[in-house]
Ligand binder design. Structure first.
Ligand SMILES: [Zn+2]
Length: 229
């Protein structure tokens, strides 16, 4: 869509909201690394800036986006289904094509711990549970002991981190292996939007997670011992 078409579309849309034609609108696409849009009102002039990653979006999506932006200004409600349509488009089309600047993870992360080597554990789990299909991300023990965030996979940084508390001879091998398995599931099963909600652990994820051998014992062990590590 051209800037001209965008301007026209938003101007027409405004006419359906602002019947007395009190306001004037300017709308443009703008270069940004984010997918944020802005709407500003100044002296009866509305200025709208749309992230350029929406330039290829179909007209009905741009219209919904316009409604969402105007609703902020004129304080009217948008129905859930309309919001969902927009969210779905962002999740399915915009985000997958959105190129985030390749950030290198901190060089301080190390796969080799004092006791366990995450590199080896990744290979074993990958071979055993994922037919060696997963591409190896940057692997590292957390820089500090974390008792709350036990592990995470940051997709944008392609970084998988396990809390340093598990890097100890007091931690059974299968507990560390499970921690790795859980984070690797995040690589295999990226988060999904279900009924408009982003689900990090959708039902099929939980099913796979629980399929890990001795899952219940491992959970119990973590619950009981983690504060002592
Ligand atoms: Zn998780």
């Amino acid at each position: 869509m051209t800037d001209g078409a965008l301007q026209l579309l938003f101007s027409d849309l405004l006419d359906t909201i602002d019947h007395k034609k009190k306001f004037q609108v300017t709308a443009v696409f703008y270069q940004t690394k984010s997918i944020r849009h802005t709407i500003q009102l100044k002296h009866k002039h509305i200025r709208i800036k749309i992230a350029h990653s929406f330039r290829e979006a179909p007209e009905h999506i741009i219209k919904i986006l316009g409604l969402i932006l105007y609703s902020k200004l004129f304080r009217f409600k948008i129905d859930t289904q309309t919001r969902r349509t927009y969210r779905q488009y962002v999740d399915d089309t915009v985000l997958p094509n959105h190129i985030t600047p390749a950030r290198k993870p901190s060089k301080n992360y190390r796969a080799q711990g004092n006791y366990y080597n995450l590199d080896h554990i990744f290979d074993v789990i990958n071979q055993f549970y994922f037919q060696s299909q997963l591409k190896k991300p940057f692997l590292g023990w957390s820089l500090h002991k974390s008792y709350t965030r036990l592990g995470f996979y940051a997709e944008d940084k392609n970084l998988l981190v396990i809390s340093r508390i598990f890097d100890s001879p007091r931690v059974p091998g299968n507990v560390v292996e499970y921690m790795m398995y859980h984070e690797m599931l995040h690589i295999a099963m990226p988060s999904k939007t279900l009924n408009g909600r982003r689900r990090i652990h959708p039902p099929e994820f939980k099913k796979m997670d629980k399929a890990f051998p001795d899952y219940d014992e491992i959970q119990k062990w973590i619950k009981k011992n983690r504060i002592r590590l």
